[in-house]
Design a protein around this ligand. Structure first.
Ligand SMILES: Nc1ncnc2c1ncn2[C@@H]1O[C@H](COP(=O)(O)OP(=O)(O)OP(=O)(O)O)[C@@H](O)[C@H]1O
Length: 640
């Protein structure tokens, strides 16, 4: 009997109510996972206790064997999950079981559309944990006593999963947490021992502490003339109860790896891939690293937790040990168990030790190898789906990790003129294999959007010559290209910059013709230069245009247009960069302007042509009204 006193009612945080509603609807067809979630929490609670007991073994009291027990009560229609882990104080109960303490929760809920089928997919990324109890229960009672706390401080939390919950004291005297689910009508299947055992084996076999169920005693009996003695009722482990990552690879099934992933990542979906390794030598560790299928909702949240679950000789030390993964691989989930770190290791100690560095190096190269394998597979579906989810993060790699720059570069995927669709599916190796004879650079263009890049006048000559250009338009791309200057010994060159020299790819006749046209056009270029004054750095004859009359480029070592925009968008002051104005002498409009004798009218034409080119390049003008009125007056003069 539980004696409760001073019952108080508390309201759930608004997001909890939303989560509960959404979850009950979304997960109805997969309701048995509540057991996985609660056992997973119980196992975490045991890990946390074991960790604290490293410095205070008295916390174990007289109960050193950590375990989870699942019991069924057919008459009361309840299923109870109890652990002897760390337990919770009253304050912890309020904050853990009444609110959602994840960073980015508000943003997550604001993304929900109200359309249940769409939202139910998002819920998987969010993880529901404890609240999943309400999928099958119409009332949940939690009794908990924190390890080391006074026995009279036990707390009882109870809720019907609607708007509120009650808190009272409980008479629980043993350490840990007990969760009683009062099953909804129609959920009787969870009272079957066989069913519950099979769910535990399916989802929680990998849990490293025993998950026990009560085994009834049997009376003495005779079988085939042999006397079989009576047995007493006892708790019996249903799962394997060994740390999965310590088992031999050949003994672990894919299902087990997948369930283990869900346990450590709080993700619903199966992982895309994993890599399990035991390393012995200078450093000794076991790592089990997973690539998730879907990006978590808070991938871009700066405060979001990431990193590996750290164990030292199978003792859990901490979650989210971010020291072992570079930031560009922050989506990787997994476990690292090292025997080279001391048991009392703290985040501070981890910061910059040699061991941390070598573990990080090892884990990073494991992940890169795993991705490389996926990237090389004949069927690219898996890698493409990885890239679509995490490519943007991986693009931070070349700037962050110089040592692995070349391997990261091989993993990058871009859109390109070869495929001419927005899908980022072209790797640098594939690009290089298609390079034309005489081509010794890799060409790219960064634009505001894929469409802007795809239709940029800068591409005209490349299309004409059949030279492939990578088309980049992600926010991070300009930053990436600042750091990725070479691949496979070939320079990466922006086609929107000055100093572009394709002459090696031209035959002698074309070269001659170009030189000739430059000579002939020198005077006209000079006139344009005078007309535009200090708005331009230079005016040149263009060899990159076929259909457009003119374009602007930035000088080879000046900041690119996209970089300027990027810096301006984050409020940085950017030095003024004057463009080089390039003219296409073959274009009819340019020829027409070249023949205009009236200097005032020539200037007007020059300005319009220049501003047009600026508009095509930058997507906007500093003074659009002047441009419009200039254009109108020209149109008017033509209409007369
Ligand atoms: N059996 C338990 N013993 C001790 N603390 C628990 C137990 N179950 C839950 N908690 C506490 O409640 C918190 C919230 O649990 P919940 O399952 O909702 O989220 P989570 O496990 O942190 O993450 P997720 O929602 O992704 O599963 C846990 O982080 C833990 O601190």
């Amino acid at each position: 009997m539980t004696e409760t006193t001073q019952k108080q009612t508390h309201g759930f945080q608004a997001e909890v109510k939303q989560l509960l509603q959404l979850m009950i609807h979304s997960l109805y067809s997969n309701k048995e996972i509540f057991l996985r979630e609660l056992i997973s929490n119980a196992s975490d609670a045991a890990d946390k206790l074991r960790f604290l007991a490293l410095s205070d073994s008295s916390l174990y009291g007289n109960e050193g064997d950590l375990r989870v027990r699942v019991s069924l009560d057919e008459a009361a229609k309840t299923i109870t999950i109890s652990d002897n882990g760390i337990g919770m104080t009253r304050d912890e109960v309020i904050s853990h079981l009444g609110t959602i303490a994840k960073s980015g929760t508000k943003e997550f809920f604001s993304q929900l559309s109200g359309d249940q089928s769409k939202d139910s997919k998002l819920i998987g990324q969010f993880g529901v944990g404890f609240y999943s109890a309400f999928i099958v229960a119409d009332k949940v009672t939690v009794r908990t006593l924190k390890a080391g706390a006074a026995p009279d401080s036990a707390v009882e939390w109870e809720s019907a999963g609607e708007g509120d919950y009650t808190l009272a004291s409980a008479d629980k005297t043993s350490r840990g947490t007990e969760i009683v689910l009062h099953l909804r009508d129609g959920e009787g299947e969870f009272l079957s021992k066989w069913k519950v055992e099979s769910i535990i084996t399916k989802y929680s076999d990998h849990i490293s502490i025993p998950v026990e169920m009560w085994e009834e005693g049997t009376a003495e009996r005779e079988e085939d003339g042999e006397k079989i003695p009576a047995t007493e009722g006892h708790w019996k482990a249903v799962n394997k109860a060994t740390a999965l990552w310590m088992r031999d690879k050949s003994e672990v099934s894919d299902d087990e790896y997948q369930e283990f992933y869900k346990h450590i990542s709080h993700d619903w979906t199966e992982p895309l891939s994993w890599s399990h390794n035991k390393v012995e030598g200078n450093t000794n560790y076991t790592s089990l690293l997973y690539v998730p299928k879907k990006a978590p909702f808070d991938l871009w949240n700066r405060d979001a937790r990431h990193g590996l679950k750290l164990y030292v000789q199978r003792v859990f030390i901490m979650d989210d040990a971010e020291q072992f993964m570079p930031s560009y691989l922050r989506f990787i989930k997994g476990v690292l168990d090292s025997s080279d770190l001391p048991l009392n290791v703290s985040r501070e100690i981890l910061q910059d030790t040699k061991v941390t560095q070598s573990l990080r190096k090892g884990c990073t190269s494991r992940v890169l190898k795993m991705l490389e394998k996926m990237a090389k597979a004949e069927d690219q579906t898996e890698y493409q789906s990885f890239w679509d989810e995490f490519g943007q993060v991986l693009k931070e790699g070349p700037a962050e990790d110089h040592a692995n720059k070349e391997s990261i570069a091989k993993l990058l995927r871009f859109s390109s003129t070869h495929v001419d669709t927005a899908v980022q599916s072209v790797g640098l190796e594939a690009y290089v294999s298609r390079m034309k004879e005489g081509q010794d650079e890799i060409y790219f263009l960064v634009g505001d959007s894929f469409e802007a890049a795809q239709h940029s006048p800068h591409l005209e000559v490349f299309r004409k010559k059949g030279l492939e250009v990578l088309l980049l338009s992600d926010r991070i791309d300009e930053w990436l290209m600042q750091h990725l200057t070479e691949f496979d010994g070939k320079k990466l060159r922006s086609v929107a910059k000055g100093g572009l020299d394709l002459s090696k790819l031209d035959d002698e006749d074309t070269k001659k013709a170009q030189e000739e046209s430059e000579k002939q056009f020198a005077g006209v270029a000079e006139r344009f230069k005078t007309a535009l004054g200090d708005q331009v750095k230079d005016v040149k004859v263009s060899h990159r245009l076929t259909d457009s009359p003119a374009c602007v480029v930035t000088d080879e070592f000046d900041m690119s247009t996209q970089m300027i925009k990027l810096m301006e968008s984050v409020g940085q002051k950017v030095p003024e960069v004057k463009p080089i104005f390039e003219l296409n002498p073959e274009h009819q409009l340019v020829r027409h302007i070249a023949d205009v004798q009236d200097e005032a009218q020539f200037k007007q034409w020059a300005e319009v042509l220049f501003e047009q080119a600026l508009l095509a390049e930058r997507g906007s003008l500093k003074n659009p009204a002047t441009f419009v009125s200039r254009l109108n007056s020209l149109l008017l003069s033509l209409a007369k």
